[in-house]
Design a protein around this ligand. Structure first.
Ligand SMILES: *Cc1c(COP(=O)(O)O)cnc(C)c1O
Length: 489
């Protein structure tokens, strides 16, 4: 669309916005097992009012807006305390999300190595194969080498011995997750941290998804392995507040056992003609909205409110697991210790199950095969779907039977795989992508209702080709032609 010649009225704007919204998945349906982490209506209203009150303030300049500095100090202290840090020594930063928290932790580790270890010229980071993609993004952005180590094929936990064996004189960071997103399994943080400590290498625990709830689970009497600052050798932790702390999106923290390490995360610029820049994190101009929204959410729930959430999540996790265990064709991968599970199948295509679930109105995630992890479906509980666990399981059982009838192979995937067998991923281009779309019977990037063929293609291709294909897809998606009819103008 072009910029309207004249300003539009509020009514006209919202009429249009409602038509846009009609194409979105309904986040209040209780049928989303991915993507959303809703608070209660009471808390959400408080959080959004606070968000609005502070959104126009600029965190770039905390001296002019000490309210924002206060929010951040309060939030960081609450989070450090939550994860058992030594309050006299520890420090942290508020960021826009898990990815930014991880980028910050990796940058700090790299710059710490640059400052203290002259032998490091080609910094490496040791990652379990289940570590979040954000670590690979950090490698791409900051020019580190990702050394990816296979996880245990039974438990899907990081293999501490194999990771120790991967250490070189270039290693600047060792990573473990609590839990790792793909299977909901918690890595052996104590063993990894002991190795890190022995070699005097920083160790980051990615507790983006689990950091908020796990200590509450423990307080409720669950056995939770040690994963936080109580573990000697853990130097930094990322924890998302916009996940299970149920804050408005754009809220995460990166925490350091020692404030001296945080210093390597910061960036200052004096080598230009403008104002002096001091940026603790990636953003420069930074809305006060997410900070105020997160602060208000923590206040509005309080410890007892979050304990209540944790109790309900635990109860629903039991119901989810026993329901999944009862399904003969599905198996829960590894031993998830969190409110999520990945399920694979030997005799039914998970891609067809996904389509059958989509047709029944559920949003669940598919994860392609990687290393020793077969393709699977990922189910995450959130406070908005707990009452629908049984209904979802019932539909899942039906979806498995629908999928069984469709078999496990894809002629299209086989053909595409043959087509691309000899292509160098570097040579994959837009023209090839368009040819592929046509071959798959697609006229554009508007996705068909049934995704199984496409997912089988993505799953079957060598990963570098899959990546090239996804990049072409994205470069086409962010264009006017890809918009749904409704929203086109
Ligand atoms: C969600 C998640 C991230 C990334 O967080 P974003 O907020 O999506 O950037 C990183 N690590 C884990 C374990 C996660 O679950």
């Amino acid at each position: 669309m072009a910029l309207p010649e004249n300003g539009q009225t509020r009514d006209a704007i919202f009429e249009t916005l409602d038509t846009f919204r009609a194409d979105d998945i309904n986040t209040r349906s209780g049928r989303l097992f991915a993507r959303v982490y809703p608070a209660t209506e009471r808390v959400e209203n408080i959080a959004l009012d606070a968000f609005r009150k502070f959104q126009g303030l600029n965190g770039l300049d905390p001296l002019s807006f000490p309210s924002l500095l206060r929010f951040e100090v309060d939030i960081i202290n609450i989070c450090l305390e939550h994860l058992n840090a030594d309050m006299a020594a520890a420090a942290g930063s508020f960021t826009s999300g898990g990815t930014e928290s991880i980028l910050c932790a990796v940058k700090a580790a790299r710059d710490f190595a640059r400052a203290t270890r002259p032998e490091v010229t080609r910094p490496e980071m040791i990652l379990p194969a289940t570590a979040h993609a954000a670590f690979h993004k950090a490698c791409a952005y900051f020019d580190l080498v990702a050394v990816t180590v296979s996880v245990d094929p039974e438990t899907f936990q990081a293999d501490a011995a194999a990771m120790a064996a991967a250490i070189t004189d270039q290693t600047v960071l060792i990573v473990g997750s609590a839990p790792a997103y793909p299977h909901g399994t918690i890595d052996p943080i104590e063993a990894l941290a002991a190795t890190a400590l022995k070699h005097n290498i920083p160790m980051h625990v990615d507790a983006c998804v689990g950091g908020w709830l796990l200590p509450l689970y423990e307080a409720l009497g669950q056995s939770v392995p040690l994963f936080d600052f109580q573990v000697p050798g853990v130097t930094s932790i990322s924890m998302d507040l916009h996940k299970y702390a149920l804050c408005p999106k754009g809220a995460s923290v990166v925490l350091y056992a020692d404030k001296a390490m945080r210093r390597y995360q910061f960036f200052a610029a004096t080598e230009w003609a403008g104002y002096s820049i001091i940026n603790p994190t990636v953003q420069s101009t930074k809305s006060g909205g997410p900070l105020a929204g997160a602060w208000a959410t923590l206040q509005a729930f309080g410890r007892d409110g979050y304990m209540d959430v944790a109790r309900r999540m635990l109860d629903a996790t039991d119901r989810l697991r026993s329901g999944l265990r009862a399904m003969k064709s599905l198996s829960i991968m590894g031993k998830p210790e969190f409110c999520m599970a990945a399920v694979s199948s030997d005799d039914v295509s998970v891609f067809h199950i996904l389509d059958a679930m989509t047709a029944r109105g559920w949003l669940i995630e598919v994860q392609l095969a990687f290393d020793n992890s077969p393709a699977n479906l990922h189910l995450a509980l959130n406070p908005g779907n707990l009452d629908n666990v049984e209904a979802m399981l019932e539909d899942l059982a039906g979806a498995v039977e629908d999928a069984r009838a469709l078999g496990t192979t894809s002629a299209l995937a086989d053909q595409v795989k043959a087509m691309f067998a000899r292509i160098d991923p570097k040579d994959f281009n837009e023209e090839m992508f368009q040819r592929l779309l046509k071959f798959a019977g697609m006229t554009g990037v508007g996705l068909p209702e049934k995704m199984a063929d496409i997912n089988q293609v993505l799953n079957a291709l060598p990963r570098p080709i899959t990546k090239a294909l996804l990049l072409e897809f994205a470069n086409t998606l962010w264009s006017a032609e890809a918009l749904p009819e409704n929203a086109q103008s």
